[in-house]
Design a protein around this ligand. Structure first.
Ligand SMILES: N[C@@H](CCC(=O)N[C@@H](CS)C(=O)NCC(=O)O)C(=O)O
Length: 251
């Protein structure tokens, strides 16, 4: 496993006078800099679940360290088992808590960062957000199997397997309804929510496989791809070595 610390939030400058008077801080020790949270992830190019968990942690404003787990590395998988009994990524550790499964991570982040907007405040919108996020977490098997996330690829005119079309139609229905009801640009309005993290990998798939969409859904895909966090993830994915094999698992 490799650990990659994410950039800590910039500290605000203190007044010059206070700075002069303040004793020089001791150099940060390893223990003092120990991150409160870790997030286990696998390939940034292929692992759509990793992207979902990572976006959620970013949306929540959580400071965390990335733990990259290669699915081929038996030792790394043994270590992952200690963090996630499912041996799946993403897996979050935070302040003594172990959280695996993307939906559980979203709900946990909402608890520890209640003002981050992981879910809308309004009860009815919140129920809607939970429902469409749950639908992504447990459904769309045909879409996932036939249009795997691959951020490096682009297949203009890709022939979509008929079995995946009902999944695409249902996602278009969800997005179109959310964008019309809450006014966009995100699924639940101006604030990004767990639902946007859940569907972000789908936006990448629609672009990779040249899926024909209505105008609101095209705009939504553009909104997702334009997020700074998304740009950061895609840039890292593109730097991954090409010899990472597309894995025969639920990506
Ligand atoms: N819905 C699950 C899916 C997680 C999942 O399938 N993760 C894949 C990577 S994208 C994984 O870890 N696969 C490893 C394996 O199956 O051995 C979640 O939210 O955690």
């Amino acid at each position: 496993m490799s650990h990659v610390a994410t950039k800590a939030p910039a500290k605000t400058a203190t007044k010059a006078a206070a700075k002069k008077a303040a004793p020089k801080p001791a150099p940060a020790t390893k223990a003092a800099r120990k991150p409160v949270a870790t997030l286990s992830l696998s390939s940034k190019n292929y692992s759509s679940w990793s992207l979902r968990g990572w976006l959620m942690a970013k949306f929540a404003g959580l400071e965390f360290e990335e733990v990259m787990v290669s699915p081929d590395d038996a030792d790394a998988r043994k270590e992952l088992l200690l963090l996630a009994p499912s041996i799946r990524v993403p897996a979050l550790t935070h302040d003594g808590a172990k959280v695996w499964n993307t939906l559980a991570i979203a709900q946990y982040l909402d608890e520890i960062k209640p003002d981050a907007g992981m879910m809308p405040k309004d009860r009815i919108a919140r129920a809607h957000c939970r429902s469409v996020s749950g639908e992504m977490n447990s459904g769309f098997a045909n879409l996932r199997a036939s249009l795997p996330m691959n951020l490096k690829a682009h297949h203009p005119g890709y022939k979509i397997w008929a079995g995946a079309q009902p999944d695409i139609d249902r996602i278009v229905e969800i997005w179109t309804e959310c964008l019309a009801t809450y006014g966009g640009p995100f699924l639940f309005g101006k604030q990004r929510s767990m639902a946007d993290a859940m569907y972000a990998p789908v936006a990448t798939r629609f672009l990779t496989y040249d899926v024909k969409l209505n105008k609101p859904c095209i705009q939504y895909c553009q909104t997702i791809m334009a997020m700074p966090e998304m740009k950061e993830w895609v840039a890292a994915a593109k730097k991954e070595p090409d010899d990472i094999e597309e894995l025969d698992m639920d990506f």
